[in-house]
Design a protein around this ligand. Structure first.
Ligand code: F6P
Length: 321
């Protein structure tokens, strides 16, 4: 292995830069050159690359976003473009590729591997929706950002005796919403994985707490639950008489410095990924299981479905006070 490529794809996640840094520095320490590929798979199709030396990844371990930029590449849905990408990689002298992203990114990696380009996936998404790994890069930081926001919103909710409704990210997965709800002490949580009846559960709970003297509520809604939180606020007002305020956290959850956990996870995963390529292994996804870094066949990783820990949802409900 003389030269490898690295790219970030899909939504950015804090810690992606730490992973790029680990990839570059590990490879260089083994005498392998690294090309940074810009804007996900688009950069491979367009041969938009930059040679990464040790200095080019200095002072990025603490930064959010991705120095390589990122994109979702629709052209990769067409198998003809995968063949073109493999050819471009050959022209660039890229013998192995590391892709940092979520399941969409891994679907592309699987196809590249099947055409002979050794490709390794590193899970990077704030959604934490990759089953083979306990933690994806960016999840911990996003949880902490959302938690800090909710702690602040609580002050106002308590002072004004109102409901505060917070929408957190998670396209189709409630991992972020559930962990944040446990950590923030949310009174209610709405997740894509669990059907909730707004009138008979959420509104009833609010009224019951009101009767017991609790006059504020913290309601965390996962984006994937698929409700307009402004409409939810109006419904709560109508059914309970309680004022509700809404906050959509949005992309703020994806920015800023990564936490200790994300930096360490990213560093270990980046280092491990290079070693897989150096052993001429491809078609693998790197994973963190109980703190240990291991690897999975991409196809196997993609076929596994992650679901929330329903016991955590029970705990949320039991101690919502
Ligand atoms: O996959 C990460 C994520 O932040 C999801 O939680 C969210 O649904 C989506 O990306 C938003 O993507 P975009 O960058 O297009 O706004």
């Amino acid at each position: 292995m003389k030269r490898i490529g690295v790219l970030t794809s899909g939504g950015d996640a804090p810690g992606m830069n730490a992973a790029i840094r680990a990839v570059v520095r590990t490879a260089l320490s083994m005498g392998i050159e690294v090309l940074g590929i810009k804007r996900g798979y688009n950069g491979l199709l367009e041969k938009d690359v930059i040679k990464l030396d040790s200095h080019s990844v200095s002072c990025i371990i603490q930064t959010g976003g991705t120095i390589l930029r990122t994109a979702r590449c629709k052209r990769f849905y067409d198998d003809k473009n995968i063949e073109i990408a493999v050819k471009k990689a050959e022209e660039l002298g890229i013998q192995g590729l590391i892709v940092i992203g979520g399941d969409g990114t891994f679907a592309g990696a699987k196809k590249l591997s099947s055409l002979g380009l050794l490709t390794i996936g590193i899970p990077g998404t704030i959604d934490n929706d990759i089953e083979c790994t306990d933690y994806t890069i960016g999840f911990d930081t996003a949880c902490n950002i959302a938690l800090e926001a909710i702690d602040r919103l609580r002050d106002t909710a308590v002072s004004h005796e109102k409901c505060t409704i917070i929408e957190v990210m998670g396209r189709a997965a409630g991992f972020l919403a559930l962990d944040v709800s446990l950590a923030a002490g949310a009174t209610d949580v709405l997740l894509p994985e669990h059907k909730s009846d707004i009138e008979n559960e959420v509104c009833k709970n609010i009224l019951q707490r009101k009767m017991q003297g609790k006059r504020h509520n913290i309601i965390v809604v996962s984006e994937g639950f698929g409700i307009n939180i402004h409409e939810l606020a109006a419904m709560i007002k109508e059914k309970t008489g309680m004022e509700a305020r809404t906050t959509v956290l949005g992309h703020i959850q994806r920015g800023g410095p990564p936490t200790v956990m994300d930096r360490i996870n990213a560093t270990r995963m980046g280092n491990y990924a290079v070693k897989l390529l150096a052993d001429n292994r491809g078609n693998r996804v790197v994973a963190n299981q109980r703190g240990k870094i291991i690897d999975y066949d991409i196809e196997e990783a993609l076929s596994m479905k992650k679901t929330i820990d329903f016991n955590d949802l029970v705990i949320c409900k039991e101690i919502s006070g």
